[in-house]
Design a protein around this ligand. Structure first.
Ligand code: ADP
Ligand code: MG
Length: 483
């Protein structure tokens, strides 16, 4: 049996959500409202309308290009990709082909997969407009033009990815780049990320850097979740392996991922590929990209997840694993940084955020921005722990109560509940109890070890459970030894 190496190339589409308006019209850059309420004549392809390039969208696209170590163009051009489809009322999409250069070509991305660093070459990254969205029902389809013209970045990788796991790690890395750089929320639940996945198998004993050794690829279109990408790749590797094992040939074709059956389904052969008749968009003059502008954009790139992770490891002394958990989502990392800014001990903050808070977000399936407990409120709990007012068990209870009742933790923290951790105070209580239990002391000294627990119980009873248990036992041992 031949051993196969999977070659996977991704075309990752991510909407640029952080501009005010669409990429070529003045409509707001959002489409969550009622259908067809956020549409300008240009978005509908009305005759006589002209596109106006959104400079902020180009700036963010160039920022992505710089982060991906791509080569940037001297001029920005746009091109028409001509086709007819109801989600594309102009009958063409304004996009960028690789010639002339789009916002970036020939880059390289380093990402982590299972604690190993991997590299993927970027073929190109380009800026285009999103299409409208279609909702298909049993015998009718509804169309919503709100999404038409939302800025979209398409990133095309070389087939340097070798497994579903690597593909997902790469996509997670890119999501984090887009979020940290302030380019996009990159939320696949909102449909902001969609991928085409290209998969082929080659003989693993051959040199993978030589494209002549690559196998025939299948392209799976328009997968809208990372789980879908993972499953589609695994399915496709299995399907192609079977074909090759039977001595047959993999066909070059376009397939689609069918979530329900968990399979990919043939759409069309790649041989009769559509000719889009690309040409330079005549209504958008070419636009000079100056070195000054690029320098300015470069200087404005915010701290990315990778840098934050290094900071957490080197300055805060967190483990690589813990740091990784904290930086995975920018909003969570921001929350953690806010805690540190408020003066919460770094390790305590890291622990509370990565265990209790992330646990709660996962359990409730909510985002941290919708989470009731603010860093200030978390501080109330942690301060109370550090002052010995709350035991760690009580702290967790206060945490749960605060989020359940949506009331600040301080309402549930009172000095009356304070744990007694004062050695002098506890010693007094222990001595009093021992004085009143002479008979039990004799039994204990006579070898009945379990009487010790009886004494602990007496201390707890007297303090209504507030005695620090570790300290109580320590004092009991000392005082019993003296008798
Ligand atoms: P197309 O326009 O037909 O989609 P491209 O040349 O733009 O073709 O390639 C699209 C994607 O296919 C890229 O991500 C590329 O890395 C990937 N790709 C090309 N050849 C292979 C192959 N043999 N196996 C897997 N992926 C491939
Ligand atoms: Mg393609």
């Amino acid at each position: 049996m031949t051993k196969y190496l999977a070659k996977i190339g991704l075309e990752m589409h991510c909407e640029v959500s952080e501009t005010k308006t669409k990429v070529f019209s003045a409509a707001r850059n959002e489409y969550s409202g009622s259908p067809n309420t956020n549409v300008r004549p240009l978005d509908m392809g009305f005759p006589g309308t002209l596109p106006v390039v959104n400079k902020e969208a180009v700036r963010l696209a160039l920022m992505a290009s710089i982060i991906l170590n791509c080569k940037q163009p001297k001029y920005i051009y746009f091109e028409r990709k001509n086709y007819y489809y109801p989600d594309m009322p102009k009958n063409f999409q304004i996009t960028q082909e690789t010639k002339p250069i789009p916002v970036g070509i020939y880059g390289e991305v380093t990402y982590e997969c299972d604690d190993e660093l991997k590299k993927v070459r970027v073929n190109n990254i380009h800026l285009e407009e999103d299409a409208a969205s279609l909702d298909h029902f049993y015998d009718t389809s509804n169309i919503d033009y709100n999404r038409a013209g939302v800025p979209l970045l398409e990133l095309v990788t070389e087939p340097d990815i070798h497994s579903a796991k690597e593909a997902v790690a790469f996509l997670e890395h890119m999501r984090s780049v887009y979020q940290y750089a302030g380019i996009s929320e990159a939320d696949s639940k909102k449909g902001q990320i969609r991928c085409d996945v290209n998969v082929s198998l080659m003989d693993a004993s051959l040199d993978e850097t030589d494209p002549n050794n690559w196998g025939t690829r299948a392209e799976i279109k328009n997968i809208n979740s990372f789980g879908g990408v993972r499953d589609a790749i695994n399915y496709e590797i299995e399907r192609q392996t079977e074909i090759l094992e039977n001595g047959d040939e993999v066909l070059q074709e376009t397939r689609r991922w069918d979530e329900e059956s968990g399979t990919t389904i043939r759409m069309r052969s790649k041989v009769d590929a559509i000719d889009y008749k690309y040409f330079v968009e005549p209504n958008i003059p070419k636009y000079k990209v100056t070195k000054e502008w690029l320098d300015e954009i470069k200087a404005s790139i915010p701290e990315l997840a990778w840098n934050r992770k290094q900071k957490y490891i080197n300055e805060y002394g967190l483990s690589s694993y813990d740091a990784g958990v904290l930086v995975k989502e920018k909003d969570i990392s921001d929350y953690f940084e806010e805690c540190v800014k408020l003066g919460i001990d770094v390790k305590q903050a890291a622990n509370w955020v990565s265990v209790n808070i992330i646990g709660e977000l996962n359990k409730e399936d909510i985002l941290i921005k919708d989470f009731y407990l603010t860093p200030e409120m978390l501080k109330q709990i942690i301060d109370a722990v550090n002052k010995g007012i709350l035991s760690s068990k009580q702290a967790k209870e206060v945490f749960n109560k605060a989020i359940l009742e949506k009331k600040e933790p301080k309402n549930f923290i009172s000095k009356d509940n304070a744990q007694i951790s004062d050695k002098g105070e506890l010693t007094k209580i222990v001595v009093e109890i021992l004085d009143n239990n002479q008979e039990q002391i004799v039994q204990y000294k006579g070898g009945r070890d379990n009487i010790f627990d009886y004494f602990v119980g007496q201390v707890m009873k007297m303090t209504r459970g507030k005695a620090n248990p570790v300290l109580t036992k320590e004092i009991l041992h000392d005082e019993l030894d003296k008798r």
